[in-house]
Design a protein around this ligand. Structure first.
Ligand code: CO
Ligand code: CO
Ligand code: CO
Length: 324
């Protein structure tokens, strides 16, 4: 059986002078004229909590995040919905209301959408945003000597999986939901104010998987310091009980060709850095002389974290060294 990467690699390679960013980044960027480029993205997934309104908030924040990761401003969005015909319609109403409320907070209008009958509920948005051409921040611009800054703590995959197993305390889940529902808007604004070299948002492939795309795209290496990596409260207790999503384990296997783990790092610490996130923070690669400015802007903007977790290295190209 072919995996998804193999299938996608056989599709025609799309290029065009006005296509400023194509496949392989958080979103595509297309230049309309010298002032305006469009950012296009789509994202949807299955429920991660039992509360339909919260699911709507989180799914919308997650979908909007790919526009923020490019340094853009979301303008318009469409609902993408799969919903079982027999499930209560007011539940779908709650999901959509969550999406509308989150989009409104982002100053983005939801102007339509499409629903299919689906035994497993799914929700997300396709989003159109704008950025000044040339000002878009890609995952391919990281430079040796850059500092890596992360704007949200890790652990949402472990915490929501623990919830499905009845192991996550209510207050821990509450913290994770607030984290996932938070927009990356102020983080993106801070990043654009300072000017940075590269950015990506941390979602399903985890910190290590998304950093791998960054170092490969940028033809550089990286070093991650485990100590300062921010972690959501309650995550460690769950990890010690053996809680981690299947996707997190797969992420860890997938970075085996990329990660060089310091021998002191435990299996749990490695898993945490690979935890599949939902609506995670921005991972920003900023020139060293601007890092203080970026951290103060992020702190002033009230992002959940503004932690320096590593640096970009000359290489070996595509390699991520992880030290305690
Ligand atoms: Co993304
Ligand atoms: Co995405
Ligand atoms: Co239609």
């Amino acid at each position: 059986m072919e995996d998804l990467v193999q299938v996608l690699s056989k599709l025609p390679h799309i290029s065009h002078p006005d296509l400023l960013v194509g496949n392989g980044d958080d979103a595509a960027v297309y230049r309309i004229n010298d002032q305006t480029a469009l950012i296009l993205t789509v994202d949807f997934f299955t429920p991660i909590t039992d509360d339909p309104y919260e699911f709507g908030l989180i799914a919308a924040a997650n979908s909007l995040s790919d526009v923020y990761a490019m340094g853009g401003k979301p303008l318009l969005a469409m609902n993408v919905v799969g919903f079982p015909a027999d499930l209560a319609r007011d539940m779908l109403g709650d999901v959509l209301r969550g999406g509308y409320d989150k989009a409104a907070e982002a100053g983005c209008m939801i102007v339509g959408g499409h629903t299919v009958d689906d035994p497993e509920p799914k929700y997300g948005l396709s989003v159109v945003g704008v950025v000044e051409p040339g000002k878009q921040v890609t995952n391919a611009g990281a430079q040796p000597g850059d500092i890596l800054v992360l704007t949200k703590p890790l652990g949402t995959g472990i915490i929501t999986t623990g919830c499905k197993q009845g192991k996550t305390p209510d207050d821990v889940l509450k913290g994770a939901v607030a984290n996932m529902a938070m927009l990356n808007q102020s983080a993106a604004e801070a990043m654009m104010k300072v000017g940075v070299n590269a950015c990506t948002d941390i979602t399903g492939f985890g910190l290590m998987g998304h950093l791998r795309s960054m170092v490969r795209g940028s033809h550089v290496g990286a070093r991650v310091h485990f100590g300062p990596v921010p972690v959501l409260p309650g995550t460690w207790d769950l990890l010690e009980q053996g809680v981690a999503p299947g996707g997190t384990h797969r992420n860890l296997q997938a970075v085996a060709d990329t990660a060089v783990w310091h021998p002191e790092l435990t299996d749990q610490q490695q898993l945490l850095l690979c935890d599949a996130q939902t609506s995670g923070g921005l991972l920003i690669s900023v020139p060293a002389h601007k890092v203080d400015a970026l951290v103060s802007e992020l702190v002033a903007a009230g992002t959940p974290s503004a932690d320096i977790i590593g640096e970009i290295t000359q290489g070996p190209e595509g390699q991520i060294e992880v030290v305690p």
